[in-house]
Write a protein of this length. Structure first.
Length: 213
């Protein structure tokens, strides 16, 4: 398949929800070192809500699926994190307006708009030890892929590497910036959750297209 439709997008939201729930304790543990310690819990609750709302859409479109997910993230997470994760999906949805299927090029545009939206909203840059450090390499890798298969696989790998690299950074944004050099050695929870999201999308895509787990 060379395009992504409502069935695939719905499946991806459900896959992300399951993966975030599975990673909830890990994300909470990472967050407890630098923040409130509830990142995994709040994100898993928000994505569970999103998955339920998306599954209940009467006549889903790519934009309505992404917008419903964004609303759940903003409403159920709240605060700065909810605004950033909501912006990620809201900007993505805006690029899909009036489309029933998303091509590889559409997906590249979607992720670039999502990244730009998060940077504009949060004002963080690469190297600041935030979700951007996983999101930007994932978006860049997705854009460089020659096919959807390659893009999803490379984006997942890049997000994982980007998240791991935050362990060597001193935070410049959020509560973690008050920790200073004590943040060294700790992976940023937001970056890790982005990596979990891209890994889940890649796994779902492989399974749905090729029967590979």
């Amino acid at each position: 398949m060379t395009e992504i439709g409502v069935q695939e997008l719905t499946g991806m939201v459900a896959a992300i929800s399951a993966a975030i729930t599975e990673a909830r304790d890990e994300l909470n543990r990472l967050d407890s070192a630098l923040g409130d310690g509830d990142h995994g819990t709040s994100l898993s609750v928000a994505f569970a809500d999103a998955a339920a709302k998306v599954a209940a859409l009467d006549q889903p479109t790519p934009t309505s699926i992404l917008s419903a997910t964004a609303q759940s993230l903003m409403n159920r997470m709240g605060g700065a994190s909810g605004a950033l994760y909501g912006t990620l999906l809201l900007r993505a949805g805006m690029t899909a307006k009036d489309k029933k299927q998303l091509t590889h090029e559409d997906m590249k545009t979607l992720w670039r708009a999502a990244l730009d939206g998060v940077i504009a909203r949060g004002k963080a840059q690469p190297g600041d030890k935030t979700m951007i450090d996983a999101l930007q390499p994932a978006v860049d890798a997705f854009a460089a892929g020659a096919s959807l298969d390659e893009s999803f696989e490379h984006a997942a790998a890049a997000a994982g590497e980007g998240a791991q690299a935050t362990a060597n950074m001193v935070a410049q944004h959020g509560r973690a910036r008050f920790v200073g050099e004590r943040a060294l050695g700790h992976v940023d929870a937001g970056a890790r959750s982005i990596a979990v999201m891209f890994a889940a999308m890649n796994a779902y895509w492989k399974e749905s297209q090729h029967g590979e787990a």
